[in-house]
Design a protein around this ligand. Structure first.
Ligand code: NAD
Length: 327
């Protein structure tokens, strides 16, 4: 049986592809390389450079391979860009996904795991860990289009012979060997802070110290990319039993770290100081986003085995050094 991985050249898609291969799956990857580089492709996958909405390529893939399920990672992921270009995010992340889903259904592919996000929750009022039934009120086009996809999948699961699982990631971080965060431009704090430390960036700009949190900087839940990808592979089993499908799950560790705590943790792990400058907070950034992960753990597919911020930083640091050495 084969798994189709969309966005296979991206950060999470490449690591999921590697772990799927190691678990014995055949991996078919699609990526249009709009946001990633060919050299991030994992050896051993069968790669198609194409858009997810390319119906002819989807027909070719399904004719050639026995696709059991689709892991749908492909998307644009920059919140700020989505505010500037809402039409681009609607087209790439929502419309193209509906084309993909409709075509898969027509071709008889029945199972999809979708990369959703904590951005579907919007601005939580309370600083408690979010459960999946918290209010869904996204505040930017990135979150709105992810939620629109969740709703489309729900509709299709009712109308058609089609099943889905939506995994709402909090902040994915860390690395797996040669594969790690390589977004361009990079907007995630751990690689940016590491770059300031490694001399690839002059300063680490910390946005906002007036958040309603203990040290005034925004609190997020960082989940190790390997635990996250392994959860996808384990969740494939749910399609076989039919239990726990057609719904959303949070993937996070139920533990928040402020931006300042991340900076201090990196300094502790490396023994070096990060050049730091405070800047104004960015519009639309919630004070506190932490996952209640009870549901995913109880469903049996999520095992927080790498839930240590030091471990995440150590793995990210090793990768970041290699990333710069190979550029
Ligand atoms: N990284 C995180 O912290 C995080 C958090 C929440 C959710 N997510 C979601 O996880 C998924 C993966 O994120 P990532 O960090 O690996 O992003 P990424 O940018 O590294 O990878 C996305 C990949 O999708 C490809 N792509 C984009 N649009 C495409 C299209 N129309 N057709 C074919 N390929 C296309 C890009 O070229 C890229 O390789 C995304 O859906 C993202 O929204 C990520």
């Amino acid at each position: 049986m084969a798994i189709l991985v969309t966005g296979c050249a991206g950060y999470v898609g490449a690591i999921a592809s590697k772990l799927l291969l190691e678990a014995g799956y055949e991996v078919i990857g699609i990526d249009n390389l709009s946001r990633a580089k060919q050299n991030n492709l994992v050896d051993g996958i069968e790669f198609y450079q194409a858009c997810i909405s390319d119906e002819k390529i989807l027909e070719t893939i399904v004719a050639k391979h026995n696709i059991e399920a689709v892991l749908h990672f492909a998307a644009f992921i920059e919140v700020a860009e989505s505010v500037e270009k809402p039409g681009l995010y609607k087209e790439n992340n929502y419309i193209k996904t509906t084309v993909l889903v409709d075509k898969l259904i027509q071709l008889g592919i029945k199972n999809m795991i979708f990369s959703s996000t904590a951005a579907v929750y919007g601005l939580p009022i309370m600083d408690i860990a979010l459960k999946e039934d918290a209010e869904l009120k996204p505040i930017n086009p990135y979150g709105e289009n992810k939620l629109a996809v969740e709703r489309y999948l729900e509709l299709k699961s009712k109308e058609e012979d089609f099943k889905y699982i939506a995994l709402r990631y909090f902040n994915v971080a860390g690395a797996y060997g040669d594969y790690g965060e390589a977004h361009e431009p990079e907007s995630h704090i751990i690689p940016i802070a590491l770059d300031a430390l490694l001399g690839h960036r002059e300063i680490f700009k910390l946005f906002g110290r007036d958040y309603n949190t203990a040290d005034g900087t925004a609190v997020r839940d960082y989940v190790h990319v390997v635990d996250l990808c392994k959860a996808h592979i384990a969740a494939l089993e749910l399609f076989k039993s039919g239990k726990g499908i057609n719904q959303a799950y949070n993937l996070g560790y139920n533990k928040g770290f402020s931006v300042l705590q991340i900076v201090r943790s990196i300094e502790k792990v490396t023994g070096q100081e990060i050049p730091l400058e405070y800047s104004d907070r960015r519009a639309g950034d919630p004070d506190h986003l932490v996952a209640d992960n009870t549901k995913a753990i109880a469903a049996g597919f999520f095992k927080p085995e790498r839930a240590s911020i030091d471990r995440i930083i150590e793995d990210a640091l090793k990768h970041r050094k290699k990333f710069h050495a190979n550029r």
